[in-house]
Design a protein. Structure first.
Length: 151
């Protein structure tokens, strides 16, 4: 009986943390998928990879320099335009708290893409990091939906 209670509690935790996502304008999404640099600025993307059920219900907000840029479910991306330099990127998720901070150094006209996903092949923690390759990063954005901060 106690195993059923634990399983029921786990399901409730997952469902209570289900993310409310607000999607951005479809025209803006199409333009952002081109991944074009912005003259004199940094065009920063945060892309949450596709996922199975594990961690999929977590309310995950991408934060850059202390400002929320998008609430993400799996297969969503957020975007912001920044001045060149060093920027702190992390996520806040409920349940679970705050991830570690990833420092992103970017020069003018660069288009960095930050990875959001589960460590441990989907059984670890939700975190931010660099993609394994540029093509993997670009594919994440091009296949995902554009999300803005949920209210």
């Amino acid at each position: 009986m106690s195993k059923r209670i634990v399983a029921f509690g786990a399901v409730l935790i997952c469902l209570s943390g289900c993310a409310t996502v607000k999607y951005g304008d479809k025209d803006a999404e199409a333009t952002l998928r081109d991944l074009r640099p912005i003259s004199g600025k940094v065009s920063l993307y945060v892309c949450r990879e596709k996922a199975a059920f594990v961690g999929a219900g977590n309310r995950t907000t991408a934060i850059v320099d202390g400002n929320p840029i998008g609430t993400l479910k799996p297969n969503n991306f957020a975007h912001t335009v920044l001045a060149p330099g060093s920027h702190d990127v992390y996520i806040e998720h409920n349940p679970g708290g705050k991830s570690g901070v990833l420092k992103v150094e970017a020069a003018a006209d660069e288009v960095p893409i930050v990875w959001v996903g589960m460590t441990g092949h989907g059984w670890g923690v939700l975190t931010v990091d660099h993609f394994s390759s540029r093509s993997e990063a670009e594919n994440c954005v091009r296949q995902a939906q554009y999300a803005v901060p949920a209210e």
